[in-house]
Design a protein around this ligand. Structure first.
Ligand code: TXA
Ligand code: MG
Length: 349
């Protein structure tokens, strides 16, 4: 019952996209690519449509959704006020991987905001996402297009695996660009606060508006002491079927530590996967080795991260031993997702 719709992002077939826009207008659910990850959309102003998103994903209803818009003007009816810093961030980063938290207007249903008085808004830059939202002529609530708790989806086959049969349509529009979700920034407070690190880095934000804080629950990657301000950050997330163990330390020590742990786990009968990098992948002597990208270019790691986590499940490994990265620039988002995938299981070497 799910329509599968193939669209080339370089050459968008408007007739096909119209069909998806109509589904959204009529209260249905459509998965579509954005520049960060695939999203699962529905009309944000239609409570019943929004409910279908939570059902399809198995998502807890207190975890609020991001409302996506295609034109700047559309923000005004969704929010109460537009702080000056928000305007600066919008000018600098929209359309793009930045989500801003505002005080919500009465138009936005509480089912979208998980009962909160604030609303998260983002304007994606992906050509299919933009055109789809524009054609649907309504704001689109869209969480990541995955079963709740699983890694987000960055390619068609993974969206189909999770959501085929559960949603009205899936737009297959190729692999996404960024690979980790948008940065979520609370702009309702004096010093804006990053609630979820993502595609736009802290360093980039600070160039535009000066000091930005990071939610302490994110900073020590939620070791349990802090209650995250972003409700979504408290749930198990990004978990493949395999157990993930992170190994942190100097690069050579990491490689050695992973090899030792691999041998130990294999002797206990486990099938072990190693999440390596281009720079290290030839140093491992066994296990299912997949490179997640180049250490020298962390954008490649972000782009491959969720895909690779899912590939280990496809290979049927029991344990994934993963290298770690410096928490700078996009490395913050990468380590945040890895920490959650591992349930904070870190071995320091
Ligand atoms: O890149 C993205 O942001 C993707 C694409 C599809 O746009 N969407 C996405 O949505 O990642 P989702 O639902 O998987 O994550 C939304 C995050 C959650 O952590 C949620 O708790 C937080 O944003 N959030 C949403 N509304 C919020 C609010 N009013 N206050 C605090 N956090 C909020
Ligand atoms: Mg998500």
């Amino acid at each position: 019952k799910t329509s599968i719709i193939y669209i080339d992002k370089e050459n968008i077939d408007i007739d096909r996209l119209e069909k998806s826009a109509k589904i959204l207008k009529n209260g249905g659910t459509v998965a579509f690519p954005t520049e960060t990850v695939y999203g699962l959309g529905a009309n944000a102003l239609d409570e019943d449509a929004v409910k279908k998103i939570f059902q399809a994903k198995g998502r807890p209803s207190d975890n609020p959704l991001i409302v996506h818009i295609a034109r700047y003007e559309d923000i005004h009816r969704l929010i109460k006020e537009l702080p000056e810093k928000a305007e600066k961030l919008i000018n600098a980063f929209w359309p793009g991987p930045l989500t801003l938290i505002f005080k919500k207007s009465s138009l936005v249903p509480k089912s979208v905001t998980g009962g909160l008085d604030t609303v998260a808004v983002r304007m994606p830059s992906h050509p299919i996402a933009k055109a789809l939202i524009e054609l649907s002529s309504v704001p689109i609530a869209a969480p990541s297009a995955n079963i709740s708790g699983k890694p987000s989806t960055t390619k068609e086959t993974h969206v189909l695996k999770d959501l085929k049969g559960r949603v009205d349509a899936i737009i297959c529009g190729g692999d996404v660009d960024v690979g980790v979700e948008s940065t979520v920034v609370d702009i309702t407070v004096d010093t804006p606060m990053i609630l979820r690190p993502g595609g736009v880095t802290k360093e980039e934000l600070e160039k535009v508006i000066g000091e930005v804080e990071v939610d302490p629950a994110v900073k020590n990657s939620g070791a349990g002491e802090f209650i995250p301000k972003s409700p979504g950050m408290k749930y198990t997330h990004y978990s493949p079927n395999a157990d993930v163990i992170l190994i942190s330390g100097e690069l050579d020590n990491m490689v050695r530590g992973i090899e030792e742990l691999r041998l130990a786990k294999e002797s206990e009968g486990y099938r072990v996967g190693i999440m390596a990098t281009d720079e290290t992948k030839d140093k491992y002597k066994g296990g299912a080795i997949i490179s997640v990208g180049k250490r020298g270019s962390l954008e490649t790691v972000a782009a491959n991260l969720f895909k690779v986590l899912r590939e280990f499940d496809e290979k049927g490994v029991d344990i994934i031993l993963a290298e770690t990265f410096e928490e700078r620039n996009i490395g913050q988002a990468i380590m945040n997702r890895l920490m959650k995938a591992a349930g904070h299981n870190v071995v320091r070497v």
